[in-house]
Design a protein around this ligand. Structure first.
Ligand code: SF4
Ligand code: SF4
Length: 361
């Protein structure tokens, strides 16, 4: 920390750097960032990550998580991996199927060295209410066991995101550690419509919609607004641009709601939390969708005790390297500063920071 600016530690990576080298640099970053300070002997440390949707091949890998598990153990902590169920119909909508998919993706005890414990229970409905006195909520719904561990390491994969522009630390906490009701509340204002003139009735969205709320009507797809949970899946799969959201209001509100859920976790655990973000395999959409090509070459790994500074640094570093930040590269009409500024306003962190580059051979 320098003059009240938090440190963001950055270790550069080459594009597609070999896994042994990434593992070594991850371990170095953990030490340089001082993350041992949140670990107490024989105390639990939850590592929150994302195991990837079926068909996604660009999510974080067991090779990227294993060195963090090893580091926690080296400092005497008891690590485990944690996640929550998603809203939509998928292999990740309940704990059992989600864990089995995580195993398929290599996140086994043998491979990573830690078990998986879902934070929201078998059916994904276990919830705690946290008082935050925010702009949208007095209380937010957080996965019941998200704040139960002694320490929490938030390990995020930086991607674009079709609703929030940027999917990184704030999203990993705000969406990824909220309860099912918390997730619904964040999405609830986002109701898409189909422009019939652009729809060629390919029916992809009808097959993909997790709530079965898209019908065929008069030669075009039609969304039953009252059943829609605003997950955005139809927007992602529509190739003609027929599915349209009212972005200006809904994206901004959704981002602020996401931050307020992240703030609930932060308020409870802020003295025993640390954050790591991988700027690798940066895709247009988050790991809840099937992989597309990565948009830009890999850049590195960052670590901080400040979640806002870390996401700000993700935007800054990608802009400096690729002229446009990660959010603009993915969804040019989204404004991720909404989530950053709301996080600052709530007192979750700072958008001013000191970048500390770690030299690693
Ligand atoms: S956003 Fe689209 S895919 Fe998601 S529930 Fe609504 S209509 Fe279905
Ligand atoms: S995916 Fe797009 S083009 Fe295909 S049916 Fe749905 S709205 Fe129409």
């Amino acid at each position: 920390m320098t003059q009240n600016r938090p440190d963001v530690f950055f270790v550069p990576l080459e594009d597609n750097e070999n896994p042994d080298s990434v593992e070594r640099k991850t371990r170095l970053l953990f030490d340089e960032a001082g993350f041992q300070s949140i670990i107490n002997p024989s105390k639990s440390v939850a590592i929150k990550t994302h195991f990837g949707e079926r068909g996604n091949r660009t999510h974080l890998t067991p090779d990227q998580i294993r060195p963090l598990v090893q580091k926690v153990k080296e400092y005497g902590g008891k690590p485990f991996l944690t996640e929550t169920s998603v809203l939509y119909k998928s292999n990740r909508s309940n704990a059992l199927d989600h864990i089995l998919l995580a195993y398929e993706h290599g996140f086994t005890f043998e491979n990573v060295g830690a078990p998986i414990i879902m934070a929201d229970g078998f059916l994904g409905v276990w919830e705690r209410k946290i008082t935050i006195n925010g702009e949208f909520y007095d209380k937010v719904g957080i996965a019941g066991d998200a704040i139960a561990p002694d320490a929490l390491l938030i390990v995020s994969h930086a991607t674009g995101h079709l609703l929030s522009g940027l999917g990184a630390t704030i999203k990993n906490m705000g969406m990824g550690l909220s309860s099912r009701m918390g997730k619904l509340n964040q999405h609830s204002e986002v109701a898409p419509k189909v422009d019939a003139a652009l729809c060629d009735l390919c029916k992809t969205c009808i097959k993909w919609c997790p709530e079965d709320c898209i019908l065929e009507n008069d030669g075009a797809a039609f969304i039953q607004e009252e059943k829609c949970i605003g997950c955005g899946e139809c927007l992602a799969v529509c190739k003609t641009g027929a599915v349209q959201f009212t972005w200006d209001a809904s994206s901004d509100n959704m981002q602020k709601k996401m931050v307020e859920h992240a703030y609930g976790v932060y308020l409870e655990k802020k003295d025993s939390m640390a954050y790591i973000t991988f700027l690798t395999n940066m895709t247009k959409d988050c790991d809840c969708l099937k992989s597309k090509e990565k948009m830009v070459p890999d850049m590195g790994i960052m670590a901080s005790f400040d979640p806002i500074a870390l996401d700000m640094a993700t935007l800054d570093l990608t802009r400096q390297r690729y002229q446009q930040n990660l959010s603009k590269l993915a969804y040019p009409d989204r404004n991720p500063m909404v989530q950053i500024d709301h996080g600052v306003k709530l007192g979750m962190g700072s958008k001013e920071y000191r970048l500390v580059e770690i030299k690693a051979s």
